[in-house]
Design a protein around this ligand. Structure first.
Ligand code: NDP
Ligand code: ZN
Length: 353
């Protein structure tokens, strides 16, 4: 089969590969909507998880089931399904302990375009189909549902990690597609004020539509100073980090009230250490919690998030700014993700068979 792959750090290209085989619990799909991700960019151009050769890229999409293993109970050929970015092994001890995303080792649920082939090929292998796939709900377009693979669950996981409560003042650092969903998640969780940090005009407009109360442009000076000025010097209760770099923790800790929580979902692509300021972290005693996590995956969670789209509580279709047709366009879409033109939030490629 034909596929678009990482060919080493900084290198991509089209390759021919064997069609994947279907194990007893697995499913084989073909893609009908695909989206590239900023994570693919960290993986290829920063070598963030190490070198990979001939590894098919992509981990966000919707597909049609072509084949299922004999032990798969709830899916059959012809079903249209949402493919989650994270596909844990649900019988692992880590999943039983509540950390499915780390099944069989840290980040082990992150298989696509990391430790196994991803979605940008003519056929896609999904492990543990009953545990991982979710049917496309009626009335939801495949291109919109592709935002449920990663953007919605990751943005929302940032909100869960930060443990946002009614009336909290929240800063969301980074309002690309992930941070935008975190803004929406913070609204649903009852935040009072949401300071959204970013600069691209489309992202700023959607952040306001999703419910951000203030926009902070990090290019206009220190985020910390801007947040402190807007909060009368008190700072915020919660911070979600969905952009920036290893030094972003410095400002996040400084703007956080004692007892506050940071939820990080940003993929730290380079460097060895993150920066935590000793004094503002209460010389180690400030009860300022830093949590960072990969989203959990799982069919139940996906069905619940899809229900939020179906009932109109969230509208991730607003993230889609660029549309392409045909599998061969995933290359162009990924390059857009790499170059991040000003009008980009998220590209989607639809594939007809
Ligand atoms: P984008 O690159 O589209 O968005 C990043 C955001 O951060 C933009 O708003 C950008 O501003 C802003 N930003 C950039 N530099 C700074 C800075 N120095 N200080 C503050 N803000 C800054 O990324 P995505 O939304 O696609 O993804 C966000 C992160 O989440 C990525 O690292 C991605 O790899 C990661 N991710 C993590 C997953 C997980 O499970 N944990 C899953 C999926 C993604 P501007 O408007 O100027 O561009
Ligand atoms: Zn992704």
């Amino acid at each position: 089969m034909k596929a678009f792959a990482m060919l080493g750090i900084g290198k991509t290209g089209w390759i021919e590969k064997e069609r994947p085989a279907c194990g007893p619990l697995d499913a084989i799909l073909r893609p009908i909507a695909l989206a590239p991700c900023t994570s693919d960019v960290h993986t290829v151009w920063e070598g963030a998880v190490g070198d990979r050769y001939n590894l098919i890229l992509g981990h966000e999409g919707v597909g049609e089931v072509m084949e299922v293993g004999p032990l798969v109970k709830d899916f059959k050929p012809g079903d249209i399904v949402i493919i989650p970015a994270i596909t844990p092994d649900w019988n692992s001890l880590e999943a039983q302990a509540g950390f499915s995303m780390h099944s069989h080792g840290m980040l082990g649920g992150w298989k696509f375009s990391n430790i196994k082939d991803g979605l940008f090929g003519e056929f896609i292998h999904v492990n543990d189909a009953d545990g991982n796939l979710a049917l496309l709900p009626e009335g939801v377009a495949p291109e919109t549902a592709a935002m449920l693979s990663d953007m919605v669950p990751t943005g929302f996981h940032g909100v869960e990690l930060a443990d946002i409560q009614f009336g909290d003042k929240v800063c969301v650092i980074g309002i690309g597609p992930v941070g935008l969903m975190a803004v929406r998640g913070a609204v649903l969780r009852g935040a009072s004020d949401i300071f959204a940090v970013g600069s691209r005009p489309n992202c700023v407009a959607i952040a306001k539509e999703y419910g951000a109360s203030d926009i902070i442009n990090y290019k206009d000076g220190s985020i910390l100073e801007q947040v402190m000025a807007k909060t009368g010097g008190h700072g915020v209760d919660r911070v979600v980090i969905a952009g920036g770099d290893n030094d972003t923790f410095d400002e996040a800790i400084k703007m956080l009230k004692p007892g506050g929580v940071i939820g990080n979902v940003n993929y730290l692509g380079a460097g060895d250490y993150v920066k935590i300021p000793r004094v503002e972290w209460g010389v180690g005693m400030g009860h300022k919690t830093i949590r960072g996590g990969l989203m959990s995956g799982g069919r139940l969670r996906m069905e619940k998030l899809a229900a939020l789209v179906q009932t109109g509580r969230i509208d991730p279709s607003k993230l889609i700014t660029h549309r392409f047709e045909g599998l061969d366009k995933v290359e162009e879409a990924l390059m857009l993700m790499k170059d991040k033109p000003k009008d980009l939030i998220k590209p989607v490629v639809t594939v007809k068979w």
